[in-house]
Design a protein around this ligand. Structure first.
Ligand code: RTP
Ligand code: MG
Length: 140
């Protein structure tokens, strides 16, 4: 088991409903440490650059408009197997399929407005962390 870092985003539907603290409590209860965190307002262009991997998907325009609609909280989570652990705490993309107790089961509004993002692999985690944070901002 390795100590990993992963990029997490608390999405606009959740910041709008003041759920940052409740979501952070789920991460911390699972043993993930928040080693960097900031609240920012993305432009649609920045959201598009972050989600470039999805640019050919039918939901790309809806997704980038949503991500730029309200502030987001971007954060780096650190811990044992942090990438997989975070995705476990998040639950399935579609809240209808998310396991009870997960962030998306409790808070997500729809498959698109699903409260959180989490990196899906070590390579994407490294790229996504560097998208938002400098190494000086990561205080493990
Ligand atoms: P994320 O990247 O945000 O952590 O979510 P994920 O891995 O569970 O899902 P992914 O397939 O990477 O999709 C990225 C985000 O796009 C939105 N989406 N909308 N309307 C739709 O059918 C649809 N499908 C995906 C969601 O916000 C999803 O989290
Ligand atoms: Mg994804």
């Amino acid at each position: 088991m390795a100590i990993e870092r992963t990029l997490s985003i608390i999405k606009p539907d959740a910041t709008k409903r003041n759920l940052t603290g409740k979501i952070n409590a789920k991460f911390e209860d699972a043993g993930l440490r928040i080693i960097a965190q900031k609240r920012i307002q993305l432009t649609k262009e920045q959201a598009g650059a972050f989600y470039a991997v999805h640019k050919e998907r039918p939901f790309f325009d809806e997704l980038t408009t949503f991500m730029a609609s309200e502030p987001v909280v971007v954060q780096v989570l650190e811990g044992e197997s942090a990438i997989a652990k975070n995705r476990e705490v998040m639950g399935a993309t579609n809240p209808a399929d998310a396991a009870p107790g997960t962030v998306r089961a409790e808070f997500a509004e729809s498959v698109g407005e699903n409260s959180v993002h989490g990196s899906d692999a070590p390579e994407t985690a490294a790229v996504e962390i560097a998208f938002f944070f400098s190494s000086l901002e990561l205080v493990g």
